[in-house]
Design a protein around this ligand. Structure first.
Ligand code: PGA
Length: 253
């Protein structure tokens, strides 16, 4: 296999978080209309709240825009009130799932070990995981960002990922929803470090997974971020809620 055949297309994924009622399907339709009219260089996905996943997948049927979940449980079924199994996401039309987002790690005490178990569950159901890592402001200021993220990558990625399609999203917590973004130099340093860690864990196939950047990606900074070395796409929160903004980010890829 040549190195270029290892390089997948970039991925631009919208993370709607806990936003969106039925009306929001119109925004997703507008995104799909835009992408399908002018095919994007990147693969495009929208990860809505679970309540919209099935309707969104149906609304986007026939479009190249993929849909994804925002979390899944480690088990396939059972007495886990409020949780969603990976196969249920697939049943609702999802192709991908975001796992280990910092808001899950913070709000729900998710550890990297739990994230790794969720990744295994996602793979078993046929979902492509987007695995999130990122340091807090305190860790960044203490100079331990690289160390923290390296440990998260090592502990959140199970051996089962070898040779599978997946991506990593580097999202510095202090850049999420704040309007602050990491500098290009900081992004490149972190992405290079993550790439080295992937290669040390998975050998040659560790060169393939796209490493997305996330944290206040907007139409006006997307091109510069997406051009940076080892940036293989973006995980977009706030700016993915408006079709015009998300389409502008997609066009920058
Ligand atoms: P943001 O969120 O683009 O609103 O900063 C990114 C994310 O948390 O995935």
């Amino acid at each position: 296999m040549t190195l270029s055949s290892l390089k997948p297309r970039p991925l631009i994924a919208g993370n709607w978080k806990m936003n969106g009622l039925a009306q929001a399907l119109d925004e997703a339709r507008a995104v799909a209309g835009g992408v399908d009219a002018r095919p994007a260089a990147a693969r495009v996905a929208i990860c809505p709240p679970a309540t919209l996943l099935h309707r969104l997948s149906q609304a986007l049927e026939g479009s190249s825009v993929l849909t994804g979940g925002q979390d899944c449980h480690v088990r396939t079924s059972g007495a886990h009130t409020g949780d969603i199994a990976a196969a249920m996401l697939v049943d609702a039309g999802a192709a991908l799932v975001i796992l280990g987002h910092s808001e899950r790690r913070e709000d729900h005490g998710e550890t990297s070990a739990l994230v790794a178990a969720k990744v295994e569950a996602a793979l078993a159901a046929g979902l492509e995981p987007i695995i999130c890592v990122g340091e807090s402001l305190a860790r960044r200021e203490a100079g331990s960002a690289l160390q923290v993220v390296t440990a998260q990558v090592r502990e959140s990625l199970p051996a089962a990922l070898a040779g599978q399609a997946f991506s990593i999203a580097y999202e510095p917590i202090w850049a999420i929803g704040t309007g602050r973004t990491a500098t290009i130099a900081d992004i490149e340093e972190m992405h290079a470090s993550i790439r080295a860690q992937l290669i040390s864990m998975f050998g040659e196939s560790g060169k393939a997974p796209p490493i997305l950047y996330g944290g206040s990606v907007k139409p006006d900074n997307a091109a510069e971020i997406l051009r940076a070395a080892e940036v293989g796409g973006a995980l977009v929160g706030g700016a993915s809620l408006k079709a015009a903004d998300f389409l502008a980010i997609i066009a920058a890829a």
